[in-house]
Design a binder for this molecule. Structure first.
Ligand SMILES: [Zn+2]
Length: 407
């Protein structure tokens, strides 16, 4: 068999397997070998980073059931989905999202280019049950992306990382690899300074995206870090005293595969700080070694996530930290500036439960404030960005003024 025949066979086989759910009356004129399912009216694809829809059942030429499964069970209720609609005609396509192991959580977002996103209008959504919604989407000849949140894939993380690397005080490095061998990047201030001024400076350690669907956390991390790296007086002063380590995306495989929670080994990375059984968390363990050895000193740990509403999980006031009372004073100062009408949030004093989370591990190992920065799933995107800048400014003010001898 020559190569062309072989390729032909592969394409036919792939197409047949993709089309297994077809009923004979749904004659398909436009065959795509990569569609999850299709009729002569429309094709549905999950062949792009972050996509998730596990099975497709065709009800009629313009009506489909998409089953949304998690990557693993048991798992948190973070039912991520993402798919692309390619219409062959104009009309309305009806898509039922059926959740096999969760309730519907994320209001659908729509995009025509994969970059600019809007909330899908409520008039296009019908709630059938807590496990099922129906989307009625007008289509013309343009492709349409539908996803649980705006798509914030590894490529978006990496282009931001490359942009930040242009900052003269930043060094980018690969500090480890994921299960599927994707790089885990670190950005760090200090090393490019000719004076070696990083010496004797304490470090703020920032991580993000342990949990793939938590896009609003990733959206807040960027302006938070950019504020600290800016050329304003406050930031310049801050960086004469402190360095930063930033690991923006701890779970690149999970992000690419549209996971609800876990890495490719089916492990919740934020339950693996301490055991460090996974390549992603071992990367962090290695990075922390110099702080354990006493070569460098940590002053604050922040871990960016998303949940139902804006909040910060902190140590309780009874758990001593150094700097003392940082979380209380920092969040009070930010709250005084933000007000509930701009960005409503709460501080949740969350005692060390013994679970191997980043917060518990970093507090019990280093005695520093270790804080989970949670952004609401549905928080206004401009507001979360404005708030992140204010949280960064107030963090800098607090730490510039901190005098360890007063603790
Ligand atoms: Zn999370």
């Amino acid at each position: 068999m020559n190569l062309l025949n072989k390729l032909g066979l592969i394409i036919i086989c792939t197409t047949l397997s993709c089309c297994a759910a077809f009923t004979p009356k749904n004659t398909v004129n436009k065959i795509s070998s990569t569609a999850l399912c299709q009729t002569e009216f429309v094709a549905i694809f999950v062949n792009f980073p972050t996509a998730r829809a596990n099975h497709c059942q065709i009800n009629s030429r313009a009506s489909f059931n998409l089953v949304i499964d998690p990557e693993n069970k048991p798992i948190n209720d973070s039912a991520w989905y993402g798919f692309k609609i390619v219409p062959y005609h104009s009309g309305v396509v009806n898509i039922n999202l059926n959740y096999s192991h969760s309730k519907h959580r994320y209001p659908p977002k729509i995009s025509y280019d994969g970059t600019t996103w809007d909330l899908l209008d409520k008039s296009n959504i019908k709630v059938i049950s807590k496990n099922e919604i129906r989307l009625s989407i007008p289509v013309e000849k343009q492709k349409i992306f539908i996803a649980a949140q705006e798509i914030f894939s590894v490529s978006k993380h990496n282009s931001w990382i490359n942009k930040i690397e242009n900052n003269p005080s930043i060094t980018k490095s690969i500090i480890g690899k994921s299960v599927q061998d994707r790089p885990i990047y670190k950005l760090e201030t200090g090393y490019k300074l000719e004076t070696g001024a990083n010496q004797n400076k304490q470090y703020i350690f920032i991580v993000g995206r342990q949990h793939p669907p938590e896009v609003t956390g990733a959206m807040a991390l960027a302006p938070f870090v950019e504020t600290i790296l800016s050329e304003g007086e406050l930031a310049l002063k801050f960086r004469t005293k402190y360095n930063l380590v930033i690991i923006p995306n701890m779970n690149p495989d999970g992000v690419i595969h549209g996971h609800w929670r876990h890495n490719m080994d089916g492990v919740d990375l934020n339950r693996d700080w301490g055991p460090f059984t996974q390549p992603e968390t071992r990367t962090i363990e290695n990075e922390l070694q110099r702080f354990k050895d006493g070569d460098d000193e940590l002053v604050l740990f922040l871990d960016f996530h998303s949940t139902w509403r804006n909040l910060f999980y902190t140590q309780t006031d009874k758990e001593p930290t150094s700097p003392a009372n940082f979380a209380r004073d920092w969040l009070k100062a930010a709250d005084d500036r933000l007000g509930a009408d701009v960005y409503k949030f709460t501080r949740e004093q969350s005692p060390n439960s013994g679970k191997p989370t980043s917060k518990n591990y970093m507090y019990s190992t280093y005695g520093i404030p270790a804080i989970t920065y949670e952004v609401g799933d549905n928080t206004d995107r401009k507001e979360l960005s404005q708030a992140a800048k204010i949280f960064a400014q107030e963090m800098m003010k607090n730490l510039i003024e901190w005098d360890p001898s007063h603790d």
